[in-house]
Design a protein around this ligand. Structure first.
Ligand code: GLN
Length: 482
């Protein structure tokens, strides 16, 4: 088998045994890239292959493993454009903490992946470059906003990747592409060097082909960072240690608000099967209520757009990336017009929609009616979870209300696009960790995913349940035919 189809832990064994060399791995990954990238378009731009080299000195836990990173994570000297025209030509002057950690672990940074512009979206279609395609059906979206990172791993173009998740952007594409994606607890992974969308919600997290690799990659990137004031000074457990532990007696909550009339039948059936499987392994299930779930999407789109409008104010044509041509003319119409034209031409439609919405909810007169209220309801959402977690170890839900949808299907209907994150958004509002892992396929052969939500810093509970499920099901071994 070509080495690009393997996991990092499998490759490590081959390297340690001397059966393969780092060059073998990189060659297979490059060949795969050449063969499939024109179909999938997972990357924001062609990786610079003269820079993508094996690391002679590397001997860390990810030594010689090619890893892709989302285009909103800074890597020194590389274009980092958030798939937005307004950052055209922007080269990061430093490495994000996660990139520094990857490099220290011996990994090879393989390239930057395509995304929804500034991570606004659920389909990868708001990228200024092109839409990424789902490796399981090239007419379908890979999900978003980290669709490129999910598709690159699903298509075996890289071994693992990093994405960011503000309202579901790691878990939803992981679900739609049939890979594993984890959003860590808020504060677990440094956001230093992640170009901010909504600072109180954003977290960087790993995409992998299986749970063991996910635990491995999280261990590498997690930890306190004095350069991120919201990172939490707690020791990072050895997540790999929990993987062998059985799930007997684990208490799993099923929130009734997530299993409603009218939900996709194949999604529901896959969750029911997963429940039965986990019960047979000894997990104990009980229905619970998260009563404020119905407000989560509304609250999220107030808080996330408010923070986004503020974070995006810095992109004004002066310091970063793109400046409208008129701003460079000697007979320029003045500063304000340079700002307006640069922002007008630089941002896409979805970014503009969010800036307008966010500015509105923060404006005097509306601040109390929308923004302050949303913060209060956010607390209620968090308290719902606290209550459940006083009795349970984890919560099980679907990841996405539907399997992958067709490219173009939701682009003219922002509200229906916003509902793609109905199962993932509350987790960000509450700052919790959650994973999506494969749990079956539709009749048409599209992957389905399920979500396991943990307590704050409960990543070990998540991995424990997820690993036992994975080891007792075949889904993660399936590959798309490309
Ligand atoms: N789809 C959600 C949004 O559009 C979440 C995006 C994300 O997590 N970055 O905001």
């Amino acid at each position: 088998m070509k080495l690009n189809f393997l996991t990092a832990h499998e490759l490590k064994n081959l390297l340690d045994s001397g059966r393969n060399t780092p060059t073998d791995i990189l060659n297979d990954v490059k060949i795969r890239y050449e063969e499939t990238e024109s179909k999938v378009r997972a990357f924001a731009r062609t990786p610079f292959f003269d820079q993508v080299k094996i690391r002679q000195d590397a001997d860390g836990p990810l030594a010689q493993i090619p890893v892709a990173i989302k285009d909103n994570i800074c890597s020194k000297g590389d274009l980092t454009e958030c798939s937005s025209r307004i950052l055209k030509g922007f080269r990061a002057p430093y490495d994000a903490t996660v990139v520094e950690k990857l490099k220290n672990s011996g990994a090879i940074i393989f390239g930057k992946t395509n995304m929804d512009e500034f991570a606004f979206g659920s389909s990868c279609e708001t990228s200024c470059f092109y839409p990424t395609r789902n490796p399981w059906d090239l007419d379908c979206v890979p999900g978003g906003s980290s669709g490129g990172s999910a598709a690159a791993v699903a298509a075996d173009e890289v071994i693992m990747s990093l994405g960011s998740d503000t309202g579901g952007s790691i878990r939803q594409p992981a679900s739609l592409c049939g890979v594993v994606g984890l959003k860590p607890t808020y504060g677990r992974v440094s956001r230093y060097g992640l170009i901010a969308f909504a600072s109180s919600l954003d977290q960087i997290g790993p995409f992998t082909k299986d749970i063991r690799d996910n635990a491995l990659l999280l261990k590498v990137i997690a930890g306190y960072d004095e350069r991120d004031s919201t990172s939490v000074p707690m020791p990072v457990p050895d997540y790999l240690k929990i993987l062998g532990k059985d799930v007997k007696g684990m208490r799993v909550a099923l929130p009734k608000e997530y299993f409603v009339e009218g939900m996709d039948l194949e999604v529901r059936a896959s969750l029911e099967e997963a429940k039965a499987r986990l019960e047979s392994l000894g997990a104990i299930f009980k229905e619970v209520s998260l009563p404020h779930t119905e407000y989560a999407v509304a609250v999220y789109y107030i808080i996330a757009t408010a923070e986004a409008s503020s974070n995006l104010a810095r992109f004004d044509g002066v310091q970063y990336g793109f400046r409208a041509q008129s701003g460079n003319d000697n007979d320029s119409k003045g500063l304000i017009s340079m700002y307006k034209e640069s922002r007008g031409q630089g941002f896409g439609a979805e970014a503009k929609r969010r800036i307008i919405l966010g500015t509105y909810v923060l404006s005097s007169g509306y601040y109390d009616a929308y923004y302050s209220r949303a913060l209060k309801v956010r607390t209620l959402v968090k308290q719902d979870f606290d209550k459940v977690f006083s009795d349970f170890d984890v919560i099980l839900t679907p990841t996405s209300p539907t399997p992958a949808f067709k490219i173009g299907e939701k682009m003219d209907d922002p509200l229906s696009m916003y509902l793609s994150d109905i199962y993932t958004i509350s987790v960000n509002l509450a700052g919790l960790p959650a994973i999506s892992l494969p749990c079956g396929f539709t009749k048409k052969g599209l992957p389905l995913g399920m979500q396991i939500i943990g307590k704050p810093f409960g990543e070990e509970d998540i991995y424990r349940l997820a690993f036992q499920y994975e080891q007792n099901t075949p889904w993660h071994k399936e590959k798309p035919k490309l």
